[in-house]
Write a protein that binds this ligand. Structure first.
Ligand code: IVH
Length: 704
């Protein structure tokens, strides 16, 4: 039966075969996961799964309740399952200039208090998408995309179709998460696009998009037909260390059967790193796949551990990107976009042009000074040349960075070209747009009455690092914002939507264009799922100027709960007193962001009333400081004087990793002052306030 083409099957045959496939796949699963001896090869297993999916696609009515397609890891109809990464998947700090490499090395050595030379690895930065592969007992059990770094998508079935990804490993630790990049070669990309064109499908813009589109297919059969490749360069959870150096660990991954990049070398310092950068750059065009820079990593894994992480990037690695790509084109017009904080941003509308493999038709022009040819201090940029509609302009694109207009060719300017006049009124709501002293940005003063600000705030509110509501993206937000019957004008309105829909007997959401019974119910369920939200996400979602993901997470970890946070902000509102000192004392929170926070949440403002209305709809989950079982978790500590066993930066990073809050000054809220030799006024403050003072050795004994 299985040899017959799916198109030739009768309904009865199809039904019988589906019943047979369910049993065959269940038996194979059992043998694979519990016994040590799989009964069929992985390829045969995949073939059975694909045949099952193909029959289901032809006879949707015959799909069984126990269909193998719906099992964990398999493609599910409404998207991929979620996978919480046990070790976060981070991104990399970027550098463009050669000087930044020496600065990186200096920073690393300073953090470690190291005066000698340090070894680093240097390897190509592959331009694909990262993937985490989990092996247990040497078998591939799960593959997940990066997602937001904490939660990714389960693409196990798809990953199994990639030839470079071993299904079994020999000599691997019991638990091993291998991380690396999925990519497509230039040749395979060209052939795929030719096939797409032949079948009337859309071409992919570049190999990275093709790789991402191919991996994120609900039907693993499609992924299997796309020639994806994989380079391993890192790891997540491991039950036993792979090696003592990065270079050694990569060697072990290669020995286990992974492809590792042949241009990976170990270097004894910045000069050797730059030499490898130049070598890789000369080979870039002939490698046969896209790379966009070189990644440097501290070679000693013990030192990597000491260096640790910032909020989303490791301190021990740097991505040295290749120079940006350039192109020239005509500036067709300048539009003004109003952002969520009211900033008026000029956007260049361009005659579409290909820049480094991507078609660009919009680019940023930064702000009015930039268009006029001066910087924020009034000094000329581009030799003082302004930019006018109709000009021949240079467009610049570096990696994922938003393209920008970099230069203008005055020799091609038309005689009648007019200088651009930047609007003084908000183009969206007509409110005056002001520039504060020292601010390069003109801002609409309309606040919540400005529809552009309101919509942008909503878009930010539902975005990935914020509430991340499935099925409620930028497009839907715009639709609901304009809806006459079920309008969503503010974040709180999102959480009253279902109740308002229930009351609305005349026109329910399910009867609208683009919605049906299922999709409406699904949207309400997705909203309901986010009614309970962690404090850090809530703070970030409010979209307050200067309060990004990092500050939001600092604030959440510091205050722990919404009640304590908002009370502290309220009592810091006069910019003085212990709560103000505490807020500005949070390491990483400057005075500017503290002021922005207080201004945005001012108790008498309309904005605050909205925030209260929102919080009234939610259950805000408290955020615990890291490592709650450490003896210093939740304690506020201050370091002063000279530390002898580690640098100040390392001491601070370690304390934070153990859940302590590190403050810059001693206040009544300080629990502990760690004082090295030469401690001055802070020791006196501590004595006056009765704060416990210990020396560095006592601190090290305390944290073990
Ligand atoms: S290491 C903890 N090495 O670049 C550090 N990343 O911009 C983990 N990437 O998300 C990353 N080539 O997807 C590393 N040789 C390489 C890489 C590489 C490409 C990607 C990776 C990462 C992104 C950050």
């Amino acid at each position: 039966m299985a040899d017959r083409p799916v198109e030739a099957l009768t309904q009865r045959e199809a039904e019988a075969e589906l019943a047979h496939l369910v049993q065959a796949l269940a038996a194979a699963n059992l043998a694979y996961h519990t016994a040590d001896a799989p009964e069929i090869t992985d390829a045969a297993y995949d073939a059975l799964k694909r045949r099952n999916a193909a029959i289901e696609a032809r006879f949707p009515g015959l799909k069984r309740a126990d269909s193998p397609s719906d099992q964990v890891g398999a493609a599910v109809a409404d998207g991929f399952g979620k996978v919480a990464h046990r070790v976060r998947m981070l991104s990399l700090e970027n550098a463009f200039a050669a000087e930044e490499v020496a600065e990186f090395d200096d920073r690393v050595r300073k953090f470690l208090g190291f005066s000698g030379a340090l070894a680093y690895t240097a390897e190509p930065k592959i331009d694909g998408l990262s993937l985490s592969l989990r092996y247990e007992g040497g078998r591939l059990v799960q593959a997940a995309t990066r997602g937001d770094g904490e939660v990714g998508e389960n693409v196990t079935e798809n990953a199994r179709t990639i030839a470079d990804i071993p299904q079994r490993l020999t000599g691997a630790p019991d638990v091993l998460e291998v991380r690396g990049e999925v990519y497509m070669s230039h040749a395979d990309f060209a052939a795929l696009n030719a096939r797409q064109a032949a079948s009337g499908d859309k071409a992919f813009a570049n190999p990275r998009n093709a790789a991402a589109g191919s991996l994120r297919q609900l039907d693993a059969g499609i992924t299997a037909s796309r020639p994806l490749r994989f380079f391993a360069y890192s790891w997540g959870e491991v039950s036993a260390p792979l090696a003592t150096t990065q270079f050694g660990a990569i060697g072990r991954l290669a020995a286990m059967g992974f492809q590792t990049n042949p241009l990976t070398v170990s270097c004894d310092g910045p000069e050797a790193m730059l030499a490898q950068y130049r070598l890789i750059e000369t080979q870039r065009a002939t490698l046969g796949y896209d790379i966009d820079g070189v990644v440097y990593k501290v070679d000693d894994l013990g030192l990597q551990g000491r260096l640790g992480f910032r909020s989303s990037t490791p301190r021990w690695a740097l991505a040295h990107k290749f120079p940006a790509e350039l192109a020239w084109t005509t500036l067709l017009g300048i539009d003004i976009q109003v952002g969520r904080t009211g900033a008026l941003s000029p956007v260049a509308r361009l005659q579409p042009v290909t820049v480094g493999g991507v078609v660009v038709s919009n680019a940023t022009l930064h702000n009015e000074d930039y268009i006029a040819g001066r910087d924020s201090k009034g000094q000329p940029i581009r030799d003082g040349k302004d930019i006018r509609v109709g000009d021949w302009v240079q467009v610049y694109r570096a990696g994922d960075v938003i393209p920008k207009v970099a230069d203008v060719d005055l020799s091609r300017r038309k005689g009648d070209a007019q200088a651009f006049v930047f609007p003084q009124l908000c183009p969206e709501c007509g409110s005056p747009a002001h520039r504060e002293d020292g601010d390069s940005v003109r801002r609409c003063t309309g606040g919540l009455i400005c529809p552009a600000q309101a919509v942008e705030r909503l878009k930010h509110f539902v975005s990935r690092g914020a509430f991340d509501i499935e099925g409620l993206g930028a497009k839907q937000v715009e639709m609901f914002f304009k809806d006459a019957i079920l309008p969503v004008k503010t974040p709180a309105d999102i959480f009253t939507l279902a109740a308002r829909d229930a009351d609305n007997s005349l026109q329910k959401l399910k009867n609208r264009d683009g919605f049906g019974e299922t999709s409406a119910a699904k949207l309400f369920a997705a909203i309901e799922a986010k009614r309970s939200i962690p404090l850090d996400r809530l703070i970030f979602a409010l979209g307050i100027r200067h309060i990004g993901e990092t500050s939001s997470s600092l604030l959440a970890r510091h205050y722990g709960s919404w009640e304590i946070f908002i009370q502290a902000i309220d009592s810091a509102a006069d910019f003085s007193g212990p709560d103000w000192d505490e807020l500005t004392g949070i390491d990483g929170m400057g005075e500017v962001s503290a002021r922005a926070l207080i201004d945005a949440l001012h108790p008498d403002s309309a904005e605050r009333a909205e925030v209260n209305r929102l919080v009234g709809q939610l259950t805000v989950q408290p955020v615990k400081a890291a490592a709650t079982d450490s003896p210093v978790a939740g304690k506020t500590v201050v370091f002063t004087g000279t530390l002898e066993k580690m640098t100040r930066a390392e001491a601070k990073a370690r304390a934070e990793a153990l859940g302590a809050k590190v403050a810059g000054s001693v206040s009544a809220k300080t629990d502990l002052l760690i004082a090295g030799p030469g401690a001055g006024s802070k020791a006196k403050d501590a004595a006056r306030l009765g704060v416990q003072v210990i020396d560095e050795d006592a601190w090290l004994r305390l944290i073990g």
